[in-house]
Design a protein around this ligand. Structure first.
Ligand SMILES: [Zn+2]
Length: 302
């Protein structure tokens, strides 16, 4: 079983990318039509399709695939997925659209930033232009007055969107609210370069102002106390930023700055050992995310 009912008309699919459970999920919203949130990566599309089958949904009833951004783990599989969904269109930020139409540059940059992790996600296939809905703000009908609302939440990427669904008053933040570890009930920053702190904080304020009850993290799963988590995430970003800024001023290396974060952030003190031993998070969370703050600080002061 890959799927789980997690709310009214809402299902989660564990994509088990690369064999890792609790790493990436997609969500399926069932209204008068079906909306998938996050295609996930190319390599996981067969599991998402299995999930639809498991829930007895027909592929032709999927109307939209809403991707929070085009990074391989969120929107990379859109082109492959659309081949299986004859009537679906992709909802994406306009700045992400060119990368869906022609994913070559995205693939090359993912290979250089993510290394072996990009191979686990798989190479994206193009999405036909006429099957893309570029949007930064607006809403889509779910059923009898319920809506999926689009919110522009840049910062993690310059083209990040979040989605709010009114069945359960929940938000799909993509990577705008960090990575959630349900086993530990904590969140850590997801801030690879090019990360923009000020935009990320403003985006979190936008999500807080919606007063959501629940968050549906793409990494990973549903979490309650949404507003408090968003507030805490802002504080955590500010803490990492202060540590990185000080480290850059003292000419510290990435590893030294990372160790400063592991020592000073109470969440990281708890999770550090787990992250260090995780094949993917040791590279992304402890490498790329720290680099995002370093680069942001250097570019801000240059
Ligand atoms: Zn991600």
């Amino acid at each position: 079983m890959h799927t789980q009912e997690i709310g009214k008309n809402l299902y989660q699919v564990d994509l088990e990318t690369g064999g890792f459970k609790n790493l990436i999920c997609s969500y399926i919203l069932r209204g008068s039509k079906i909306i998938i949130v996050e295609s996930g990566p190319t390599s996981s599309v067969p599991i998402l399709a299995d999930g639809l089958k498991e829930l007895n949904f027909r592929l032709e009833d999927v109307e939209y695939v809403a991707v929070t951004h085009v990074h391989l783990d969120h929107g990379g599989g859109a082109g492959t997925l659309l081949k299986a969904l004859p009537n679906a269109k992709v909802i994406v930020h306009p700045r992400g659209m060119p990368h869906l139409i022609d994913p070559q540059r995205l693939w090359e940059s993912a290979q250089s930033v993510l290394g072996f992790v990009s191979e686990i996600f798989g190479e994206p296939e193009p999405v036909p232009k006429e099957r893309i809905i570029p949007i930064t703000e607006g809403s889509f009908d779910l059923d009898s007055g319920a809506k999926l609302k689009v919110i522009e939440t840049v910062g993690h990427a310059s083209h990040s969107l979040s989605f709010h669904e009114s069945f359960n008053n929940g938000v799909f933040p993509g990577d705008a609210a960090g990575t959630y570890f349900p086993e530990f009930d904590v969140v850590i920053p997801t801030t690879p370069p090019p990360f923009h702190l000020d935009s990320a904080l403003a985006s979190l304020d936008k999500l807080i102002s919606l007063n959501p009850s629940v968050l549906y993290y793409s990494h990973f799963g549903k979490a309650s106390n949404a507003v408090q988590r968003l507030i805490d995430y802002k504080l955590q970003l500010q803490l990492w930023s202060r540590i990185a800024e000080q480290g850059v001023r003292q000419n510290k290396s990435l590893l030294e700055i990372r160790d400063g974060i592991l020592a000073e952030d109470t969440v990281m003190r708890r999770l550090g050992g787990y992250l260090k031993s995780h094949k993917i998070y040791s590279k992304t969370a402890l490498g790329n995310s720290v680099q995002g703050f370093i680069d942001y600080d250097k570019q801000k002061s240059s």
